[in-house]
Design a protein around this ligand. Structure first.
Ligand code: CS2
Length: 489
């Protein structure tokens, strides 16, 4: 079967939708750091809808860690397909909005030169939580992070996202060019403020004039939402069958997509509101809602589901005890912490449960379980803090945290090893090695991770006691039995 390229596209199956503009005239106005599956199924699709009218806003994507996206897409002229799937069927669409891909591990200078051009007015980011090189509990830059140590020592050949952003801003400053706007699209609380803090702290470590220039940069916050599981070989085959062309790296996603953007782009922006994004003054309530309701449920389902032998999210919520747990978690423990007048939170919850149950999306619990140390604070711990402050219960949220601890021991319920992926995995290993399967010692060991729990939660005896009780149950009875015992209040 021929490969998807601009030349072969004419022979693609007529049922596949395709971009409706001349790719010969598009030009990069956005540089995106972290061109993974999520970006390609989300922002790049919104931009694809814009380019016919606004060709100056195409995207050049960069990957900071691996060359694989470039290797797969460059032979395709950076075209790829988005396969939208649910129980009612699937639809395939070819996206053309990626004008180029840069492998920052070998082409850092090319990336910096592009970021320093005046025509680039937005640099957006999906570098995942750990890409911010910060302390997740405090949100401050981790100056001891190896990539940050490197980038401060060798500022013109950076490795990290803060290193690239600040070096590019320094080049603009020296050339007398206005800064670009930095738009974080990661699942972090107040992601614009978080990005601003990290970039500002990195710039301050480089010099006073640069720090003053960085203070003029705009950092709009955004809430992004679309479920995008990692692409599998079966997905590639499904796309080839629908498209009639081979695509080395399509992305598979759901029909739902949401993007809420703080309208603060002094350097200019494309009219995102014309292609379905919501431009608002304050994104924070939306971010909090999404992180606590969707991502908090996701992480809870991921750890408990994995331990109970559910490979996919849809399998876990297909189990009525799990569904009841997540319904109760959202309704009784998360929703009362959200202040969203005018938003139908019960409707949002029900739509989330339907999205989790999408049988056509094979979203692995193991994938969501990754990087828990970076995710827990904004997904579960912030809600727990609010519940504690209000004198309210939080048993289901605590079960999510206890399940993370059980998962992070690195051994499953059958005694088999778990492939735990996390920047702090070495510390998990030593905690588990010292504590064995003693719940109290495990809880104390994990609560000692200040970067995750801060200094308040470890000193709360009630929080510790609930975790010990739930972790004892997970260790002695297993995840399925523990979930089945959670009673509605
Ligand atoms: C998931 C998210 O992998 C994860 O941690 O919770 O990627 C989730 O699918 C997205 O935030 C949905 O918008």
């Amino acid at each position: 079967m021929p490969r998807l390229t601009p030349e072969t596209l004419a022979s693609a199956s007529p049922s596949a939708q395709r971009y409706a503009y001349d790719r010969g005239v598009i030009a990069p106005g956005i540089v995106h750091l972290g061109i993974g599956a999520f970006h390609r199924a989300h922002q790049a699709v919104y931009v694809d809808d814009l380019l016919a009218r606004h060709p100056e806003w195409a995207i050049v994507g960069a990957s900071l860690r691996r060359p694989d996206t470039k290797e797969a897409l460059e032979p395709q002229g950076n075209l790829y397909s988005v396969l939208v799937r649910d129980a009612s069927g699937s639809a395939c669409r070819v996206i053309g909005s990626i004008a180029g891909i840069i492998d920052a591990t070998t082409e850092g200078e090319t990336l910096l030169e592009l970021m320093a051009r005046p025509s680039v007015r937005i640099v957006s980011l999906t570098v995942t939580e750990k890409g911010y090189c910060h302390d997740p509990a405090t949100g401050h830059l981790d100056l001891a992070h190896p990539d940050i140590v490197h980038d401060l020592a060798y500022p013109s050949t950076p490795r990290s996202a803060p290193g690239f952003l600040v070096e590019a801003l320094e080049r603009r400053r020296r050339a007398g060019i206005a800064p670009f706007t930095i738009m974080s699209c990661d699942n972090l609380p107040s992601n614009g403020r978080t990005a601003q803090r990290i970039v500002g702290e990195f710039a301050a470590a480089r010099g006073r004039e640069l720090a003053a220039y960085v203070e003029t940069v705009a950092f709009p916050s955004t809430m992004v939402d679309r479920i995008v599981p990692a692409t599998t070989d079966a997905d590639r085959e499904a796309v080839a069958a629908m498209l009639g062309l081979d695509d080395a790296w399509p992305v598979v996603t759901e029909a739902f997509s949401q993007w809420v953007i703080e309208d603060h782009f002094p350097a200019g922006r494309p009219p995102f509101e014309t292609v379905g994004a919501q431009m608002v003054e304050d994104v924070e309530p939306f971010e909090r809602m999404k992180l606590r309701m969707l991502n908090g449920s996701h992480s809870t389902l991921a750890y408990l589901g994995y331990l109970a032998g559910h490979q996919y999210v849809a399998d876990a919520v297909g189990d009525s005890a799990f569904r009841d747990l997540i319904f109760g978690l959202m309704t009784e423990e998360v929703m009362p912490t959200l202040d969203m007048p005018g938003t139908d939170l019960a409707g949002y919850r029900d739509a989330l449960l339907d999205r989790f149950a999408n049988p056509a999306l094979k979203h692995r619990t193991w994938q969501i379980a990754m990087d828990g140390s970076q995710k827990l604070p904004q997904r579960l711990l912030g809600t727990i803090r609010d519940r504690i402050a209000a004198g309210q219960s939080y048993d289901r949220l605590a079960l999510g945290v206890a399940a993370w601890m059980r998962y992070a021991t690195g051994t499953d319920e059958k005694g088999d090893p778990i492939d735990v992926r996390d920047p702090m995995v070495d510390r998990f290993r030593s905690i588990a090695a010292e504590a064995g399967h003693n719940a109290e010692r495990l809880v104390d060991g994990f609560l000692g991770l200040r970067e995750v729990f801060g200094t308040d939660l470890p000193n709360d005896p009630a929080f510790r006691a609930i975790l010990v009780r739930l972790l004892t149950s997970l260790l002695e009875q297993g995840a399925a039995a523990t979930v089945a015992q959670v009673k509605p209040r």
